[in-house]
Design a protein around this ligand. Structure first.
Ligand code: PAF
Length: 279
């Protein structure tokens, strides 16, 4: 496995190696990320994982400084998984000057849910992903990139960006890896105490209960409010628990039918977790 830190070295490492399959990450890798790498290896001739904690997608009060940085352990896991190239740029490699040009995603999709509670988040994500795509795919002229379904809205925003900019990149969705308790694997789970880890399964359970109730019918806004109250009673601070159409993340006219998704974001102590459930 090669480890490179600059775009020039990455392009040199990729030259002549065929179609890349790319997994962008912010490091602190867990089984969920490794499942993305395994999937990526089926979709390209050379697998690339990036490790970069992207300052642009964090709000000033968020956990950019404390975000776990576990580079050596991450590389060992990637090597064991058969990843070919790790791209780990420093901030100056990816942002050699202040990033004044940014990718502004469609506000209809990016200013709701996560974008509402984390303003500017998707601009930061799209901007860095566009830069990473340029770094990884410029020599091959295209390839595949794998994103986890746990970050449901992010996956949709990236798909839309790729479509609107006609990028020659196949976006592959990977299903959410979960602990036995149902808790979606996330780098931020490492912030949870042992007790909180047990409590944390309540988020996926609340989404299941909400999805079942929505299918049975009734006032969706009331069902969502009940779901949030239920989580609050268990000590969480929910940002949202909601049922949306899979196609555009807008509220459905009738939740008893159609392709829907229940999405939630909530804080347990100081840790903000997100999850979703298609139904
Ligand atoms: O999902 C993530 O880990 C990040 O948002 C991503 C896609 C690596 C961009 O920084």
């Amino acid at each position: 496995m090669q480890i490179v830190h600059t775009i020039a070295d990455l392009r040199a490492a990729l030259a002549g190696r065929g179609r890349p399959a790319f997994v962008p990450t912010m490091g602190n890798l867990h089984e969920g990320h490794l499942s993305l790498v395994r999937l990526a290896r089926r979709h390209g001739e050379v697998s690339v994982a990036s490790i970069f904690v992207n300052r642009l997608q964090f709000l000033p009060h968020e956990d950019f400084d404390s975000y776990p940085r576990t580079f050596a352990a991450d590389c060992a896991k990637l090597e064991a998984e058969g990843c070919d190239i790790v791209f780990a740029p420093g901030e100056k490699d990816l942002y050699p000057e202040p990033q004044t040009f940014k990718v502004q995603p469609d506000p209809q999709l990016a200013d709701i849910l996560e974008g509402h509670f984390r303003p500017g988040f998707f601009t930061g994500v799209c901007t860095v992903v566009m830069k990473l795509f340029q770094a990884v795919f410029a020599t091959s002229g295209g390839g595949a990139a794998v994103f986890g379904q746990k970050d449901y809205q992010q996956l949709m925003v990236i798909r839309r960006m790729v479509q609107q900019f006609a990028l020659p990149i196949d976006i592959i969705a990977a299903s959410t890896a979960r602990a036995g308790s149902g808790l979606a694997l996330s780098s931020r789970n490492s912030y949870l105490s042992d007790d909180q880890r047990v409590q944390a399964m309540a988020l996926s359970q609340a989404l299941q209960t909400l999805a079942q109730a929505a299918r049975r019918g009734g006032n969706l806004a009331e069902l969502e409010a009940q779901a949030m109250a239920g989580l609050r009673a268990k000590g969480w601070e929910p940002d949202y628990l909601t049922v949306r159409q899979r196609s555009d993340l807008l509220a459905p006219a009738d939740a008893t039918q159609g392709e829907l998704v229940a999405l939630g974001a909530a804080r347990l102590g100081s840790t903000r977790l997100i999850d979703n459930l298609e139904f």
